[in-house]
Design a protein around this ligand. Structure first.
Ligand code: SAM
Ligand code: SF4
Length: 333
């Protein structure tokens, strides 16, 4: 399918995965991602249209991108998202289209997403008490998220993943209940370390609840976690299963165990800027090229420039680490 040169960076990493942010808006306000108030969202006309997203994806698919993840902000607040999914799954070369959602609106939309051909769902769930939910999200809504998870299972989504951001002093007591929940409902649970991408610059390394600490907590309650075979080295999670066969657990440890050396991911923000890393300090806008009817070759050149400029790693652990000006909701998680 590759018709252009593949997207290989200067360290030999071949880029085959694209994260597409469709909006910077959200219906909750997780403190690790967004400010609580006074947010100036991008006006609609500054966001890529679905047609522009589709065209961009067709171009990168010709450069070897085969996996997509739709994200945001909260992707389900963008109207008619299932139409975009339908267009993206039909692009030659695209073999996997996944969506990351906070789950609040999922029950209403999950049937349309399934009909549109969405392959996989990740649902964010940091804890199972409304108190923890509100402490993090600064809004209510746990019941709706749970209803979304069950509805997604009911209509036939398989291998649903739960993403749980782990924060010291907040989520320790959620680890075991989440583990129980995942085992009981046949869900894959992934713990993600809290990264310095909050909007209020409050992140401190002491707030990171490391994957290893969570693993020890889980093993104490449920018995040993055994490594699951790692088919795809580029995927960020280290996956395990319990010896009794119930439940799959993954750890995404960007802070304590960075996985940049195998990174194959590229991102495009809702307003059409290509980013080669969550922590990149630079981005390459393709919106005006898409709007001014630039050729596919011209757009492909910009993507190639972005990939070529990718650094070896995010450098969170380095004394010269510089946090990007954008927070997670503006980049797309
Ligand atoms: N709104 C959707 C959601 O919450 O699932 C999609 C966008 S959100 C930015 C994507 C993922 O990034 C979520 O699982 C969220 O928990 C995670 N996330 C956001 N900010 C983070 C941070 N500072 N550190 C680690 N994970 C973060
Ligand atoms: Fe919204 Fe997702 Fe960010 Fe939470 S993590 S504020 S749900 S975009």
């Amino acid at each position: 399918m590759t018709e252009f040169e593949p997207l290989v960076d200067s360290f030999g990493r071949r880029h085959t995965s694209l994260r597409i942010s469709v909006t910077d808006r959200c219906n909750i306000r997780c403190f690790y991602c967004m400010p609580d108030e006074n947010i100036r969202f991008k006006p609609q006309d500054e966001l890529l249209t679905f047609e522009e997203i589709e065209r961009f994806t067709r171009i990168v698919a010709k450069m070897g991108v085969s996996k997509l993840r739709i994200t945001g902000g909260e992707p389900l607040v963008r109207s008619n998202l299932s139409y975009l999914i339908e267009r993206l799954v039909a692009i030659p070369g695209i073999v996997d289209v996944a969506l990351t959602t906070n789950g609040i609106l999922l029950a209403d939309h999950v049937a349309a997403l399934k009909n549109a051909g969405l392959h996989r769902l990740n649902i964010s769930l940091d804890g199972l008490t409304e108190e923890t939910f509100e402490r993090i999200a600064r809004r209510s809504g746990l019941d709706r998220v749970l209803a979304g998870i069950f509805k997604a299972q009911e209509i036939g989504f398989e291998k649903i993943r739960l993403n749980a951001v782990s924060i010291k002093g907040i989520t320790e007591n959620e680890v075991i209940p989440l583990g129980e929940f995942a085992r009981q409902h046949d869900l894959e649970l992934r713990f993600i370390e809290f990264m310095p991408l909050d909007a209020e610059n409050q992140w401190q390394s002491t707030q990171v609840l490391c994957g290893e600490e969570i693993r020890a907590q889980l093993e104490e309650t449920f018995g040993p976690l055994l490594p699951s075979p790692r088919g795809d080295l580029s995927q960020p999670s280290m996956d395990f299963h319990f010896a009794d066969g119930l439940g799959r657990i993954g750890f995404i440890n960007p802070v304590s165990q960075p996985f940049c050396s195998n990174c194959n991911r590229l991102r495009i923000t809702a307003e059409g800027a290509v980013r080669n890393c969550l922590f990149s300090l630079k981005e390459w806008s393709v919106r005006s090229l898409l709007r001014d009817l630039a050729t596919d070759d011209e757009i492909a050149d910009v993507v190639r420039d972005a990939v070529r400029a990718k650094k070896t790693g995010h450098g969170i652990d380095s004394p010269d680490f510089e946090k990007p000006d954008l927070a997670m909701y503006q980049i797309g998680g």
